[in-house]
Design a protein around this ligand. Structure first.
Ligand SMILES: Cc1cc2nc3c(=O)[nH]c(=O)nc-3n(C[C@H](O)[C@H](O)[C@H](O)COP(=O)(O)OP(=O)(O)OC[C@H]3O[C@@H](n4cnc5c(N)ncnc54)[C@H](O)[C@@H]3O)c2cc1C
Length: 413
């Protein structure tokens, strides 16, 4: 009998497959979409330069197990700290006002991090009974990191996220890097798992529209959004504790729209991350002219982004262009092209959001989600990692760990 079926060819599923190849185990890797990568995918065609629809930055590059791939495959990153700016009242701030704003934001993030060693959890919003002048901007920043509001997020979960150093954008595309690294791994595309029967004496039976696959174990490497919406049915049902963990780790929202320009209407701006101060809930970041390309990628975050994306690509692009024009002037409208790269992760049936954020009081759900069931159901994906949650490298590490755990179980250890 086949050793293992892996469901989902995102960063986690691909890492699990790579580990099984190295160990000589037999496996089949099923992917619902017509391409691999999941939430890490690059569009290099539409705007004539690589645009990542999802993951783009190597977070914590010194700790990140994927950093060596950049040199191995001759990819390019922009090293060093990001040029992160705030725009307020149509102007990009500099000098003391810029410093004051970011000092406030840093203090707020430090306040959340400070609770990380304890066990007491609360909504992150409860840590801020007093709102300073820059509080709305801080909250919009928080939403940009977590995909949900302060009130929707477990403070302890956020505090336990580990980040160190910088964030390096992968200029050739993070998705392209993942595809390059996956070369040689056999994947069955457009083959969604619809049902997993695990009630027999041994093994599992995974149903797909192309037939049923029997194996000794299964690694489930899909998002909690997919699991919560019962895109895959289980017989018997998953235990209550597992279902509760899935419900406690809902996906937030981060969608993207990238616009191309026929010339540079942004002055001497080059590779800038710009966040307009639009209030606590309208969380928008622009990556302006990264790598010197006349492209702006807007990241739209949180509940507001989900509503906007539901209107479609054109309204989302128009919104981004209006905000850009407010800062850089109407010239941006004169030289924008009609080509749009649009990623609506909320309404993607195989994903259903950006990354999992634990509900207040439920930071322990990640550990629960990661526990195997009866030595034959194993779980991987960004939501499972205890400190690199939400990240490509977190997903990758959980895929490797799930493969090791499944192999150990099959050996009877
Ligand atoms: C807009 C955005 C920006 C981001 N930015 C960054 C960043 O800069 N840096 C970073 O490190 N991380 C970033 N992330 C997060 C990162 O992309 C994810 O955490 C990571 O890619 C998740 O990988 P995964 O393998 O856990 O899940 P996924 O990528 O969701 O992979 C799961 C796969 O399973 C497939 N699937 C689903 N259901 C089925 C089924 N029934 N049968 C078969 N296949 C199925 C899906 O199609 C998908 O390919 C970002 C995410 C988004 C959305």
């Amino acid at each position: 009998m086949l050793d293992i079926v892996i469901i989902g060819a995102g960063a986690a599923g691909l890492a699990a497959a790579r580990r099984l190849v190295d160990k000589g185990a037999s496996f089949r890797l099923l992917e619902a979409k017509p391409h691999i990568g999941g939430r890490v995918v690059t569009d290099s065609a539409t705007l004539g330069a690589p645009v990542d629809l999802g993951g783009h930055w190597l977070h914590s590059p010194a700790l990140n197990p994927l950093t060596p791939l950049v040199d191995r495959y001759l990819f390019h990153v922009k090293q060093g700290p990001e040029d992160f700016r705030v725009a307020r009242n149509r102007a990009i701030l500099s000098g003391p006002e810029h410093d004051e704003c970011f000092a406030y934001v840093d203090d707020c993030f430090a306040k959340i991090a400070a609770i990380g060693d304890g066990e007491h959890d609360c909504p992150a919003s409860a840590l801020f009974p007093v709102r300073g002048k820059w509080h709305d901007f801080f909250e919009a920043n928080f939403i940009a990191k977590q995909g949900v509001t302060l009130a929707q997020s477990s403070a302890l979960d956020f505090a336990r996220y580990v980040w160190e150093g910088d964030d390096w954008p992968i200029l050739d595309g993070f998705g392209a890097l993942i595809v390059r690294h996956a070369q040689g791994i056999p994947v069955e595309l457009e083959t969604p798992a619809t049902h997993i029967a695990w009630g027999g004496r041994n093994g599992v039976a995974v149903e797909t529209p192309r037939g049923t696959i029997e194996a000794r174990a299964v690694i489930i490497a899909v998002s909690t959004g997919v699991l919560a919406n019962e895109v895959i049915r289980f017989s018997p049902s998953l235990p209550d504790r597992k279902q509760q963990a899935i419900a406690d780790l809902p996906l937030g929202s981060c969608n993207k729209v990238a616009l191309g320009f026929t010339r540079n209407p942004f002055g001497d701006v080059d590779s800038m991350m710009l966040m307009p101060d639009l209030g606590a809930t309208e969380s928008v970041e622009f990556v302006v002219r990264e790598g010197g390309h006349n492209i702006v990628t807007a990241m739209l975050n949180g509940p507001f982004a989900k509503e906007l994306a539901a209107q479609g690509a054109r309204p989302t692009a128009d919104y981004a262009l209006t905000q850009l024009a407010a800062i850089f002037g109407n010239d941006v409208k004169a030289c924008v092209t009609d080509r749009i790269v649009f990623a609506d992760w909320d309404h993607d049936p195989w994903i259903r959001g950006c990354y999992a954020a634990a509900k207040p009081g439920r930071y322990a759900a990640r550990a629960e989600l990661g526990l195997p069931i009866e030595h034959r159901l194993f779980f991987a994906g960004e939501a499972v990692h205890h400190c690199y949650m939400g990240d490509v490298h977190g997903a990758h590490l959980t895929g490797e760990a799930a493969a090791e755990a499944a192999l150990a179980a099959l050996r009877g250890e």
